[in-house]
Ligand binder design. Sequence first.
Ligand code: GTP
Ligand code: SPV
Ligand code: MN
Length: 584
Amino acid sequence: MPDRTQTLSAWIDEVARLAQPDRIQWCDGSEGEWNVLRTDMLERGEILPLNPKTYPNCYLHRSDPTDVARVEQVTYICSRLKDDAGPNNNWMSPEEAHDLYKRLFAGCMRNRTLYVIPYCMGPIDSPWSQLGVEITDSRYVVANMRLMTRMGHAVLKRIQSGEPFVRGQHSLGDLSPDRRYILHYPDENLIQSIGSGYGGNALLGKKCHALRIASWNARQEGWLAEHMLIVGIENPEGQVFYLAAAFPSACGKTNLSMLVPPQSFPGWKVWTVGDDIAWIHVGPDGRLWAINPEAGYFGVVPGTNATTNPNAFRMIQRDTIFTNVAITADREPWWEGLPTGVPATDWRGRPYDPANGPAAHPNSRFTTLAERNPAWSKHTLDPMGVPLTAILFGGRRARLAPLVYEAKSWAHGVLTGCALASETTAAASGRTGIVRRDPMAMLPFCGYHFGDYWAHWINLQNQARELPRIFHVNWFRQNQDGKYLWPGYGENLRVIQWILERCAGRIPAQESPIGYLPKTASDFNLSGLTLDPEAIRELFSVDHEAWIDDFDDLEQFLIAYEPRVPIELKEALQRVQLELSSTS
Ligand code: GTP
Ligand code: SPV
Ligand code: MN
């Protein structure tokens, strides 16, 4: 059994003996350090400067073309018992994984520098924050961790004084897809990642620590680590309500978290607390409180423009690292969804030719500090975070799921999250556009058995005094021609307004077996929108026959998780199935 109290320096020595780097550099997160690192990366061609006039302090990184997304098929949970990882994870025994690691890491840092990155996930003074140290041989990882976490000397001092920390060992290895593994040891608070430099595989504070390891620990400790944005919605009366929303990768979290209210919403403001991860605890008042463990955004670039996401568009005009976008002849970054500009060179560095596919990779990303966002909420820094009024689940569903509906109870809400399904996107390797079940948008990120996870969700009703209401949304419904029925983006505030009215108990709804639906004619604000009446009908309708099939599919899906599926979830499912069949 590895020693969890091993000191930081003893651990670094042990890794260095195996990986054999030329030198070791302890990172302090300072400007001086970044200046040296940047010069080094520019000289080596690891980053390219973008147009300094129009994109000051912005750089382009081109990854290896085989290394552009998360790799779920080689991501493992190495718990002692296979059953504890559950059918939702790949499992490897800790012994086998440690052996594999020793073979893969042996000599992997020869002729390279080993960087030691001390980081903090969460506001520096929060009792709910966690410390970590990532070891890496990738300068791109160091540059990104500077933006995505609170990194540096202050954290190092806390670790050296004995505070617990999560250990992450990362190497680019030889970037060969057959020698690429992302290994998590929840019993040891340890992560080992080799063969990829891509965000979710390599920035270990993010998905590996803040979701997979954290979710495991959260279950033991009675809190939640979720793939959720956190946003504050301020109404014209100046009241702010906080929502958390779980959408699968590349399904709209960043966009919703920094939405700009449409003109028809004078006096409304939107405040971003987080765009990807929420750590949620029961506060002293019995409500759920959320913090964002991250300090920056690693966001999807394609589709971002001054109309869809004006805040993101503004914030990535400076001090940003772009990964795998195209560039114009003027060395400006370019991507699909920009209304102007012409790509000269594609994401791989080739002269742009439409025959080679999109100019920017569909999973090209920006990395930038959260404070650069014009909608950044100062409450991001509050040690206790923000109290949640509602939780939203949503996916990309061309068919079936209406624009919005509300769960009837906490258990029904957990079922609604569990029933989340979405079309796959370019954020993970593999085919895109295939509908898959992705409960709570956590399929790739829950570090333990989904049955235990749903039970943990259900149990919150015994811990909290006042739980948020749960809703399901779908911005991605399409018509027969493949056109989106709903305008999305800023107009999504209309849906949020309905959600807040429901939470305040101010408006009635229409009951259906799947949940409460808006009464569109009276209570859902569609004023100023020109939507085809047929689109409105489709967006708010429930096709009972299709839902019967969907819940039958969910019932089948759950069988793999027995005997750990909580009874409350099965009862909620049966209730919906009964109502559907008796009203169809
Ligand atoms: P991850 O960072 O992978 O977790 O993704 P995310 O959930 O933060 O997704 P993001 O907000 O970056 O959106 C992904 C893609 O969906 C982008 O191309 C957006 O332009 C697009 N998108 C976001 N919101 C909407 C919407 O309301 N309607 C439509 N049609 N597209 C949207
Ligand atoms: C996602 O894939 O959900 C992301 C990007 O947010 S990554 O950091 O690569 O996981
Ligand atoms: Mn994500």
